[in-house]
Design a protein around this ligand. Structure first.
Ligand SMILES: [Zn+2]
Length: 509
């Protein structure tokens, strides 16, 4: 346990409980009086105004390493963190130097595994907790590429804001890179409702946040709006500290969620009083901290975002879900095009080729759903082939139309529908099974899936996509057969696998 942590919480309890014998300096601010203006915050960017150019066109990294040691909020352990430069397009990566092989985790929403009170990233068995205040510092300053080395499972909590991390970036310096920046401009409004949280992300030329935060009883409703640039980030958001409600402290301590928690790194609210070791840093410090968290969580998109976010009662789970919705919008133009039919094939010279004679091929060895069901035992919703368009020797091509009505989209994932990769593997196996069954010697048997190798999922498959499943039978020995298959969408491979079967007589039941 870090020295002082329990002491400070104990002190918070005592003060909050109205006991007068607290052992150290604690400010108790009555909420009815105006909080002090955020004076005394010296800009971190002294003499470096040139670094904070909102119209940055190129990627940026750090000029040199910078380090900081402190206590982790969850574990209460001492942790040393080092920021290092990284090559263009590397993104922000966390590196656990305390683990064998020094595993890395990319700061991307795909690696988010927990959003309870903070944002946790994981890859394999490697985890990093509470990444958002560090990510916010990078995103706020417009740093695209960096490595964050940690000798523990979370960054130091410091003072509960991003201030120390901004100082580290100042010490490291910001270096432009040759590669161009690729921001994503929101093309149409994105809406999100999650519990009490409501968010709308609108198209905008820059990055703007308009935020309202509130607790259950609406005692601390605050509002703030800001065009986020490196300069406004540093001045208006970076210093806002984490806060928590008195009612939550007991739960957090009992559940070991804040072993490093103290009044040094959080503001505690009870009823109409605010417990803090220093005056509030901004009149609306709470909502500004919520916006700091948004800046950090939204950077998990992996590229800068241009849009105006209007958020009511935001939280980490909603922030990350919004990133997933932005990801879905980035892919949507392709999906929308697909609903009007496959794009015409174009040769290298640019002239249109005749459309693939699917119907003709179908007549020459293709099969419709009824014929497929005479061969495969699978039925809706587990029949993953709508049509076989071609069988040619050891080659077969099947088609699966992926529609929003698929039963798996109801839970995988609502608001962000993606076809499960294992069902694409199933589609490869079923198409391979049809080919096996078409062989004269296989009649009256069933193909049992034995193994899958070299399985790779390369791109997400979304409603509106047409999955083209191409399979080649590569080996048949006795009752065992091996096939290689790929799933394609618009000619691009989205998944692939090699599957092995064994043929067995149908068991009579
Ligand atoms: Zn936070």
């Amino acid at each position: 346990m870090p020295p002082g942590a329990w002491f400070a919480w104990d002190m918070a309890w005592r003060v909050a409980a109205g006991l007068r014998h607290s052992r150290g300096p604690v400010c108790i601010l009555a909420l009815t009086s105006d909080p002090p203006a955020p004076g005394g915050i010296s800009p971190l960017a002294k003499g470096n105004a040139g670094l904070f150019n909102a119209a940055v066109l190129h990627q940026q990294t750090l000029s040199r390493p910078a380090g900081y040691s402190g206590v982790g909020l969850h574990s209460g352990n001492r942790v040393t963190m080092t920021f290092l430069p990284a090559p263009a397009n590397a993104g922000i990566r966390f590196r656990r130097v305390d683990l064998e092989g020094k595993p890395e985790i990319e700061a991307r929403v795909e690696n988010v595994v927990e959003n309870n009170r903070s944002t946790t990233l994981a890859k394999g068995n490697t985890r990093v907790h509470t990444v958002e205040h560090v990510l916010a510092a990078f995103a706020g300053y417009g740093i695209d590429n960096a490595v964050v080395e940690l000798d523990s499972n979370e960054p130091p909590i410091a003072d509960g804001s991003s201030r120390e991390f901004c100082k580290m970036i100042q010490a490291a310096g910001i270096a432009p890179q040759i590669e161009r920046l690729d921001p994503y401009k929101v093309t149409a409004p994105i809406e999100l409702r999650m519990g009490e949280t409501e968010m709308v992300l609108l198209p905008d030329e820059g990055f703007k946040i308009t935020c309202t935060s509130s607790d259950k009883e609406a005692r601390f409703t605050q509002f703030f709006t800001l065009e986020v640039t490196p300069k406004t980030w540093e001045r208006e958001l970076a210093h806002a500290r984490t806060f928590c409600f008195y009612e939550e402290i007991e739960y957090l301590i009992k559940n070991g969620l804040i072993k490093g928690g103290s009044l040094e790194n959080a503001v505690v609210i009870r009823d109409d009083a605010v417990l803090t070791t220093e005056p509030l840093r901004y009149p609306e410090e709470f909502v500004r901290h919520k916006m700091l968290d948004i800046v950090g969580d939204l950077s998990l998109l992996g590229r800068p975002l241009h849009g105006h976010l209007i958020a009511v009662k935001p939280g980490h789970a909603a922030n990350c879900e919004l990133v997933r919705l932005v990801n879905a919008q980035m892919r949507r133009p392709l999906a929308a095009a697909q609903t009007f039919g496959p794009p015409p094939a174009v040769s290298e010279e640019g002239e249109e080729l005749p459309a693939a004679p699917v119907e003709a091929v179908a007549q020459e060895g293709g099969m419709d759903t009824v014929q497929i069901m005479q061969i495969l035992p699978h039925r809706h919703p587990f029949l993953m082939v709508d049509r076989v368009v071609k069988i040619d020797g050891n080659f077969i091509t099947g088609i699966k139309n992926v529609t929003i009505n698929e039963i798996f989209f109801q839970g995988h994932f609502p608001g962000h529908p993606i076809m499960p990769g294992v069902l694409q593997l199933e589609a490869i196996a079923q198409v391979a099974g049809i080919l096996m069954m078409k062989r004269a010697e296989s009649r009256g048997q069933l193909a049992y899936f034995m193994s899958a190798e070299d399985v790779k999922w390369r791109k997400p498959v979304v409603p509106g996509d047409v999955l083209v499943v191409e399979v080649e039978l590569i080996k048949v020995r006795g009752k065992i057969a091996k096939a290689k298959g790929v799933c394609k969408v618009r000619g691009e491979i989205v998944s692939e696998a090699a599957v092995t079967f064994i043929l067995r007589e149908k068991q009579l039941t």
